[in-house]
Design a protein around this ligand. Structure first.
Ligand code: CP3
Length: 349
């Protein structure tokens, strides 16, 4: 098996720097759009054969070193009892928005196999189809990032309703977050039991806070998840799977992120990787961090940036190359294919 990605996660020696890309299965690939033309997004997520097929596309097309489960961080919101829909051009819509005691009380902590069995079925199918080619990454949204969608009812600009709940009704926020945290913990355990070989926790919206608010209202719940996953893995499993924690707007929060308990820290592009490594304490494994839109540059300029990121990463114990966030639908696939080749070639030990 190509286990370069898992070795890098553990800070072990690797023959080259492994790379995977957030949203590597997505609308920038014509092969994805061909399948998406026949089924809506949620149907794809809920049909293991389709979800597995698009998960595998970037493995063949890009030659990346890991597969990431095709699904969405909002799947557990529906399992908790909230309505979920994806509208063309509008993004996700969730309803009714969670804003008072009544709506929080109606939510439950679901059994993942019973309510989201299609995700675990996709993982089991993928492990068979991958047959050891590359490891499979599972994922979930962090509690705060998941909660913002549930409270706002969709994507938001200033997260007004989320912050109103936090500042005006902190007990309600906490009781809601405890349910979200328990749901995500059980969901990640189920993914690992089904065969996920690493998991990433996406905290895309962690950067909406001051560091103190981030610690209290976002990070503390992530620490709870990672602690219970690690205790559970030590007790129930032969081997621990690496946990990656990705926070958007990473730069203001690095000293706090360091205390999350994660094995790998995802870094966005708004900071140089060498500085991020220093602020994380030096002896760490990092993932990142090229600006996703720098894939629009001419190839020689992309190559310069790859060299820069690889050089900056040399002070870390381990490095997994990635973009600082997801690849966007307009990205030229050719440049992404070239990027993967560049990382492999330029990082060869
Ligand atoms: O990385 C991967 O390839 C795995 C699959 C994956 C998707 N979403 C597929 C997807 C993962 C890991 C996610 C995570 C996710 N989803 C996050 C966290 C990371 C991030 O990107 O910030 C968030 C915040 C979501 C919520 C979400 N899902 C939004 C806001 C949208 C709409 C975005 C848009 O541009 O329309 C989605 C839809 C979505 N999730 C798509 C894909 C491929 C596009 C759906 C389509 O084909 O129409």
């Amino acid at each position: 098996m190509n286990d370069t990605f898992l070795k890098a996660c553990r800070g072990e020696e690797v023959p080259y720097t492994p790379i995977w890309i957030m949203r590597q299965a997505g609308r920038y690939l014509p092969e994805y759009r061909a399948i998406r033309g026949k089924a809506d997004f949620l149907t794809m997520c809920k049909t293991p054969e389709l979800a597995a097929e698009v998960t595998l596309q970037p493995i063949d097309i890009l030659n990346v070193d890991a597969a990431i489960l095709f699904s969405d961080i909002l799947i557990p919101c529906e399992a908790m009892g909230q309505g979920l829909d994806f509208h063309e051009g509008k993004g996700p819509l969730l309803g009714p928005p969670i804003r008072d005691k009544e709506t929080v009380d109606k939510l439950f902590v679901p059994d993942p196999e019973e309510t989201m069995g299609f995700v675990m079925d996709t993982i089991r199918l993928l492990r068979k189809e991958l047959a050891g080619r590359v490891p499979l990454i599972g994922f979930a949204g962090a509690p705060l990032t998941t909660a913002t969608y549930m409270i706002e009812g969709g994507t938001s600009k200033n997260f007004l309703n989320t912050k109103m709940m936090i500042y005006q009704n902190p007990e309600l926020y906490k009781s809601f977050m405890d349910k979200v945290t328990a749901t995500i913990t059980e969901y990640l355990k189920a993914q690992i039991s089904a065969g996920a070989q690493a998991v990433q926790i996406f905290d895309t919206w962690g950067g909406i806070f001051s560091p103190a608010d981030f610690r209290e209202h976002a990070l503390s719940y992530v620490q709870t998840i990672i602690k219970s996953l690690k205790e559970w893995m030590a007790k129930e499993r032969d081997e621990s799977v690496p946990i990656i924690y990705f926070v958007g707007e990473t730069a203001g929060l690095l000293e706090d992120i360091k205390t999350s308990g994660a094995d790998v820290f995802g870094v966005d592009w708004r900071i140089n990787l060498d500085e991020a490594i220093k602020r994380l304490g030096g002896d760490v494994v990092v993932q990142g961090n090229m600006d996703p839109l720098s894939t629009f540059l001419p190839k020689d300029k992309i190559e310069e940036r790859v060299k820069k990121v690889l050089a900056q990463a040399s002070s870390a114990r381990g490095h997994i190359f990635n973009l600082g966030h997801g690849v966007v639908p307009q990205t030229p696939p050719d440049n992404v294919i070239a990027l993967v080749e560049m990382v492999h070639r330029l990082s060869k030990r």
